[in-house]
Every structure is written in C-alpha cells, then in structure tokens.
Design a protein around this ligand. Structure first.
Ligand code: PEP
Ligand code: MG
Length: 560
C-alpha cells in the first residue's frame, strides 16, 4: 500500500526506482543460525565472487571518471576479500559455531575492526575501514536477491552516508538517496547536490519500512519519499516536477544578464564547486566566479593524499577553465564530518569543536605547505584567491602568511571564512589582515546557536534567520567595508530565496552557492529595489526572534 515518508529536502529533483538497501555490517545484533553449514559456505563463496566482480566493475568506472589512484581504495577492498585473517574467521564461525553466513561476516567485521582500532596504528585503522566497507557489500550480496543491483538507477537507502561514500556514487547507478540521519547542510547533502543526485535525509525508520526492490518515488525538493506509489501519485509528482523544470529553463534564459537590482546595485553571484566537474555547471548557470572550491572533496574516495603535483593539475584545470573569472580556492577543511581514510583523525568527543579546518592544517604543515604551493603555482593560469576555513584566531592568519611568504611566485590574495563567533566578533582586526571575507553560514549558525548542523533532531533549532546570526553578519559586513574589503556569503543560506533581500540590505558584495540555485537568486535580485531591501533589513534587525523575521520576510516577498 502507498506510504508517504517525510524527511529533510537535501538535494532537489525527482526520481522513481527500486529500493537498494545499504545495511551497516558489524552492528546488526543477529542470532541467526545456519541450518546447513555447507550451504552457508556455498552462499558465502557466491557472495564473495559477486562482491569481487562488483568491485572490479566499479574500479574501472571510477578509473575512467577520475584518476587511477581513486580506484586504489577499491583495490584495497578487493584484497581484503582474500585476506585470511578476515575470511578464515568467517568460515570458522560458520563451521564451528553454526552461524549463518551473513551473521558470520558481521561478527568477523566487528571483531577485526575492534582489534585494528585498539592498536592505534594509522595503517591498521585504514585496514579496519576497508574490512568494514567490504563486509557491508558482502552482507548486501548475501542478503539480497542474486542480482541486487537494479536494472535502472536505484534508490539508495542507508542509515547514514559519509561524504566519502557519496563521492563514490555514480549518478547513472543511483537515482536518489534516502537516509535516516543527516541534514541539508551536512557535507553528504552538499556533495549529493554537486553530483546532481536528488536526496531526502533524516527520514525516520526508513530502513524498517522499505524492502529491497520496493518501488519508490523520491521528491528531493519537498523531502517526500513515497513507497509503492500509485499511478496517479506518480502522475501528480511528475506534473509538479515538470513545472519546476519549465521554471528553471525560463530562468536559465537570464544566464547572461547581470545580477543587478532595479535601482542599480550589483551583487556578484558565484558558484560553490567540489572539483573540475563543477566548471561546466558553474558556467552554464551564469556564475560570475567561483566563491569556494571545497578542496577536501578532491581528497575523498582515494587511498592516498594527492601530491602537490596532482593538486596543481586539478587547480590549474579549474582556474584555466574559469578564467578570467576569479576562483577562490579554500584550503583543506577536514575534520567534523569530513574524514579521510589515509589521514585518520584522533578520536574526538566533539569533532565539530575539534581539530578541523585551518587548525588541522597548521598542525600538519607538510600537507598544508603542499596545498598552498600547488595553489600558488596554479595562480599563474588565471585569477586565484586563497581562503582559509574555520579561522578563530588572528594568529592562524599570521602563521599562514608566514608559510606563504616562503614560496616564490606571484602574491595570491588571501581571504578567510567567517564561520566562528570569534572570527565574527574580531572581524575588524581580521579585515585589516586579509583581502576579503566569506561568511560560512552553515557553520556560523551552528556555532552561534550551539546547534549541531548534522543532527536532524535539532533541525527546528537550527535557525539561519536567528537575530543573533543576522546581527553578527551585519557587524561583519560593516567591519569589512570600513577596511575597504569585500564580503561574501558561501553557506547554504546564500541560495535561500528568502534571504536575498536581507543580504542586499546588509550590503553583502557576493553570494556563492550551488550552481543550480544561481538563476533563481538572480531573478529575485533583478526584481528587488535595494533601497527597499535596506529599509526592510533595518526593520528585521530590530526584531528579536527567527519566526518573526521569517514571517516578515515572507510577507515582504509574497511572490517567492
Ligand atoms: C559553511 O560553513 O557555511 C561553509 C560554506 O563551509 P562548509 O559547508 O564546507 O563547512
Ligand atoms: Mg564551514
């Protein structure tokens, strides 16, 4: 029977397909016993062969899409399939303890990963991640029908997906993502949008309600997931989606028009991209520049850190692809929800407040130095600026300048992200040190309100329009302008139609967003009078709660 589940709209679009369920290995309490150990062994053997074939297939796809090195991570998993430490343990559990194959794999994964992790040796911790990944695939192959990959692109269901897992998804194979956890401002969602895979996250009990192979409709724009959709429901969603597409096409026609208000105030609309694959989308959406390259996404889905040379090649491709437009390359923002298998981070009780962004880079100067050098070299091929994430102290800017001062080559403008309350409060001092600010509202909102941006249970408390956030943004914008520096916004709020008048009123100079959002935001800019936006913003800043501010904005722009 048709059933509608609600979640957080995380990446727009609509998809219809069959459910493919990704279960976590090693955390399923299962007491299942084997009726016949020999049959279990045979099933295990068949699943191992299927898993190996899938890994080889994905390796060849990944290798043709990006660098050969990216396939390395899958090769390591292939090796784990024949690792005696792992497979002997699985077989022993089947033969000696009478476990079902699926259960034996789960238990072996758990035992091995715990053992590796306890040793605190980075190399072994990486191996633990490989064993866990390959174990999950094995379990899926044991549990699912003989060919669990659907003929058409499937709808991937999972409890949670790490950004590194999303980065390995093939849009041709995965039509949509549905997860039980996650939020629209998490990096898994940001990557799904970059890959154009529609997604709904934070869908409670999704895995308990769906079965492998079920027909599913996903509307990533409204956040609805329909299980067993009826024909008339599909038709209704198709119509809605068709209307949205038509509207997007209408807006795309304004691609070459400037983002200028009715009274002549010009704001720059830039693109957030995750790598060279974002260039085409940025250009076709009419982006005037790239406001942030999230470089950490280039480092995901591989088994080694990219060398300076490799990074240089990638940055050069982006910079020359966008030339003469400016490209702001953000230095590595690892930590929190972004982890690399080859750069294991120490366990942190509260990773969002831990060693992330520029803090980590300044501790790992060989990584930071190689990245900065690669950016400086790429700067000869176009218009480049460097941006530092997670600044919370002026010494972080001084120390970065010191490192940059050691390199020969042209001076590259240096800017910072304003995403901690400390940076916002110190904006005046920081503005004297750098060329520009870009306000990272995803993190600024999380840190100002002390609300985890990844926790869907707190979604109601995560309020970008909270007066504390808006008043800080105003202070930052004024501080930048007093020093003759420009200020942009590159968090998800930059793409919120409701926020356009506010940012125009605050005098923000640049808005950077997923390329797909640029046409709609431009259209609003072009219908707004800046003098009205300034007056409205004055009024908004005097209000003292987010619901009041939001409702005033909604009232002001009824056409949105
Ligand atoms: C932000 O925090 O708003 C931002 C743009 O950075 P990220 O989402 O990558 O943390
Ligand atoms: Mg951030």
């Amino acid at each position: 029977m048709e059933q509608v589940l609600k979640g957080v709209p995380a990446a727009p679009g609509m998809a219809i397909g069959r459910a493919c369920i990704r279960r976590q290995a090693g955390n399923r309490p299962s007491e299942s016993r084997a009726a016949n150990p020999q049959e279990e062994l045979a099933a295990l053997q068949a699943a191992v062969e299927r898993t190996a074939a899938q890994l080889r297939e994905i390796m060849s796809r990944v290798a043709s899409r990006a660098s050969q090195k990216e396939a390395g991570i899958l090769n390591t998993q292939l090796l784990a399939l024949s690792d005696p430490l792992f497979m002997d343990s699985v077989k022993a559990l089947i033969l000696n303890d009478g476990c079902a194959a699926e259960d034996a794999v789960g238990r072996s994964v758990l035992a091995l990963t715990e053992k590796f992790q306890a040793l605190d040796v980075p190399r072994l911790q990486e191996r633990a991640a490989d064993v866990r990944d390959v174990g999950q695939r094995l379990i899926r192959n044991l549990a699912g029908p003989p060919d669990s990959s659907p003929p058409e692109a499937g709808i991937l269901f999972a409890a949670n997906l790490a950004p590194s897992e999303v980065s390995l998804l093939e849009p041709a194979q995965v039509a949509a993502i549905v997860t039980e956890e996650g939020s629209a401002t998490g990096h898994a969602a940001i990557l799904a949008r970059a890959l154009n895979i529609c997604a709904v996250m934070g869908v409670k009990d999704a895995l308990a309600r769906v079965c492998e192979g079920d027909a599913v409709l996903v509307d990533g724009t409204s956040g609805e997931v329909v299980l067993h959709p009826e024909e008339c429901t599909i038709e209704r969603y198709r119509l809605g989606h068709g209307r949205q597409q038509a509207e997007l096409e209408r807006l795309a026609a304004q691609r070459d028009l400037p983002a200028i208000t009715l009274d002549g105030f010009r704001i720059e609309l830039a693109a957030n991209i995750a790598g060279p694959q974002g260039i085409a989308a940025a250009l076709s959406a009419g982006a005037e520049s790239v406001g942030v390259v999230r470089t950490e996404f280039l480092f995901l889905g591989r088994d080694t850190m990219p060398s300076e040379e490799e990074q240089f090649e990638v940055y050069r491709e982006i910079v020359s692809g966008m030339a003469p437009r400016r490209v702001i390359i953000r230095t590595l923002d690892l930590g929190a929800d972004k982890e690399l298998p080859y750069c294991p981070l120490a366990h942190e009780i509260n990773p969002a407040l831990g060693l992330r962004g520029v803090r980590l880079c300044l501790r790992q100067q060989h990584i930071f130095g190689a990245q900065l050098r690669a950016i400086v070299r790429a700067a000869s091929f176009g218009n480049v600026a460097i941006m530092l994430p997670m600044i919370s102290d002026i010494s972080e800017v001084h120390r970065t300048k010191e490192i940059l001062g050691r390199f020969a080559g042209r001076a590259v403008p240096l800017g910072i992200m304003i995403e901690t309350p400390a940076a916002a409060i110190m904006a005046s001092d920081l503005a004297a040190e750098v060329e520009f600010f870009s306000i990272g509202t995803n993190d600024l909102v999380q840190y100002v309100l002390a609300v985890d941006r990844l926790d869907d249970r707190l979604a109601g408390l995560y309020q970008p329009f909270h007066p504390a956030v808006l008043r800080l943004i105003r202070a930052v914008s004024e501080a930048a302008h007093r020093h003759g520096k420009w200020v942009g916004v590159c968090g998800e709020m930059a793409a919120d139609p409701l926020a356009v008048a506010l940012f125009l009123g605050l005098g923000v100079d640049e808005l950077s967003m997923e390329p797909g959002s640029i046409p709609a935001i431009k259209s609003i800019v072009r219908q707004t009078r800046r003098s009205d936006a300034v007056a409205l913003t004055e009024e908004l800043l005097a209000l003292n709660s987010a619901p009041q501010i939001v409702s005033r904005l909604e009232q002001w722009s009824p056409q949105l």
